[in-house]
Design a protein around this ligand. Sequence first.
Ligand code: FPP
Ligand code: MG
Length: 332
Amino acid sequence: MTGNADEGSRPRSLPEPVTAVTDTAGAWLPARMAEVEKGLLAAVEGDGELAEDAVLTLNAGGKRMRPMLVLLCAGPEAGDAAVRAGIAVELVHMASLVHDDVLDRAPLRRGLPTVYASAGRERATALGDRLFATAFRILVDGGDADAVTEVSATAVDLARGELRQRQAAFDLGLDEADYFARCGLKTGRLFEAACVLGRASTGREPGPIGLFGHRIGLAFQLLDDVLDISGPPERTGKARGTDLLDGTVTLPLIVAGRRDPSLREIDLRALDESSAEAVCDRIEATGALDEVRSRAIALIDEAKAGLTGAGIEPGQRELLELIADGVVLRYS
Ligand code: FPP
Ligand code: MG
């Protein structure tokens, strides 16, 4: 959990490899992360009746991996444009989660009741809209026209990914290619944008940095889908089996279905919380979670290897490799 702006440079629940990034980077990174945190708070508080929900959502936590990626891809000369991009990317991420919780009817996120659960569908929808709009206002106020273009293309892809997920709900025939295409849109794309925006903020060509972001975003989603099955909620901050309950077929279920074909016969629509937990146990018993974890690690390895020859200086590369490790060595 991120407490508040005062401790913004070191959110409490950051996984060890990510704290290793802040420790390794030197003073510039915590200083810039603190600016992001301050900017996020300034962006959400103040005006209008949704301010309180917005501040609660912000303070509910988050690993701030995306703004950190923006800053790392900008490097030590990260300036105000990188900070604005970091704020905008995190706001789009927050907006998409608030909306996602409405669509999922999710009870818990980051160990706390979701805005949907505590304040209802209307308020949560309006809050997501507000956070989303604020992201663009920050970029426009900074005169970052190219960043507006990148973030708006990214938001379109997020919506496409989410739509694909809804359209494929309850379909146990979903294959890996469909799954990866959807994850690329709903998760890989925002990680990619974070990297591209960071590098572009210092006037450099993005080169392969976008692909690096995309790959670690995919790995992030694979891990997220493992954690949905494995829990436990005390560590992940989310209810176990939420994906199954809303009909979202993920890689752990696809892999488990190959190992235990009886899992392909389940009626996902008939699940309730306790039978969903039982299905989670069955998926886990096939060993599918280990396979998906290994595939996430393989994606991280590919992402790191793709940085070779990209003109990234060694110190910066070391930090990017550390944050990439943080994506798969996490429990929330
Ligand atoms: C969380 O993943 C959700 C997303 C990565 C994308 C959600 C996108 C939208 C709701 C549409 C676009 C919205 C905006 C504001 C552009 P998950 O559902 O796999 O993970 P979870 O377990 O945390 O719910
Ligand atoms: Mg979801």
